[in-house]
Design a protein. Structure first.
Length: 318
């Protein structure tokens, strides 16, 4: 439905019709059957959490005029039109997800991330640990803190900064994989360097200085991935989530010689190296510089320089 009068300048507003999409029709036709089956005692699958059911039901109301709308009117020409309410969901609705993604990206670029080199780090854990990340909030936080602490220590060493220097990062926790499977993993956009306090008054920093990190080498990345792997497994054992024998078994795994991981892990793969079976990963190729990654059995970390000639050179964002 076009919503602009012929004399108005702005582009016409066209209401979307989610009820005509394949996704909406599939959910509408099969949601009640799926929820009913999930409540049966002989159901082999897992019970549907309340927040998942709520997400589905809100999606079926998103963009439908029957569930509420706002009326907009042009004060110049008197033309009016209706705008249906949205669900503002974060898991299912393509429209709300795309809008939230665009708003978050614009906010980070305009107000959060300074014009400095940025490197993306991706962490993925083995399947035998993902079950705990799905159900244990403390495990999600602990693994993320371990990853950031190891990265921060590396950035301090590579930039010759003091122990008071801190990293700056934005982290996103993804709960599904490329095939919509359950797969909790982390994406962290980290400034490729550290911020060091320059002057202090009454133990309060008055200004900071950015110290760029040196170029990330394959040897340094291998050391980082191994530290993260050891600390994550140690935390799971100390928390009583897995047995110490299982930790020793997972730490003892090593890959056969000359085994490499290909593009089955990420379609756009620069190159990858396997350290132990099952722990695999790779990095996407970026326009400025191909990135590299270390691959291990069960835990994956990958890093890529985003849009900069060198991660150690300060340059404006593109």
């Amino acid at each position: 439905m076009a919503a602009a009068s012929p004399g108005c300048g702005p582009a016409p507003y066209c209401r979307r019709h989610p009820e005509q999409t394949v996704l909406y029709q599939v959910v509408q036709q099969h949601l009640e059957t799926y929820l009913a089956l999930a409540q049966e005692d002989d159901w082999d699958g897992q019970r549907v959490p309340a927040y998942v059911e709520r997400e589905f039901r809100h999606y079926l109301e998103c963009g439908i005029l029957a569930y509420g709308f706002a009326r907009a009117r042009c004060p110049d020409c008197g033309h009016d039109f209706l705008v249906a309410f949205s669900c503002k969901g974060r898991g299912l609705c393509p429209s709300c997800n795309a809008r939230r993604m665009a708003e978050t990206a614009a906010h980070l670029v305009d107000h959060v991330i300074p014009p400095l080199p940025v490197r993306q780090w991706v962490l993925s854990v083995p399947k035998r640990l993902r079950w705990y990340l799905e159900r244990e909030p403390r495990a999600i936080s602990a693994v993320l803190h371990i990853l950031l602490r190891v990265i921060e220590a590396h950035l301090r060493r590579s930039s010759a900064a003091s122990s008071h220097a801190r990293l700056k990062a934005v982290s996103f926790i993804h709960r599904f994989g490329a095939s919509l499977n359950r797969h909790v993993h982390y994406h962290c956009c980290v400034i490729d360097g550290v911020f060091e306090p320059v002057e202090e008054a009454d133990d309060v920093p008055q200004s900071v200085r950015f110290r760029p990190a040196a170029e990330l080498t394959p040897e340094a990345l291998a050391a980082i991935t191994e530290q993260v792997r050891v600390r994550v497994l140690r935390w799971f054992a100390r928390s009583g989530l897995i047995e110490p024998d299982d930790v020793r078994e997972m730490r003892a795994l090593r890959a056969p010689p000359n085994r490499t991981a290909g593009s089955r892990w990420m379609p756009r793969c620069a190159w990858a190296r396997t350290i132990a079976p099952g722990w695999s990963g790779c990095c996407a190729i970026v326009p400025a510089q191909p990135s590299r990654s270390s691959v291990w059995s069960g835990l994956t970390t990958s890093a890529s320089s985003i849009g900069y000639p060198s991660p150690s050179v300060m340059a404006p964002r593109r």
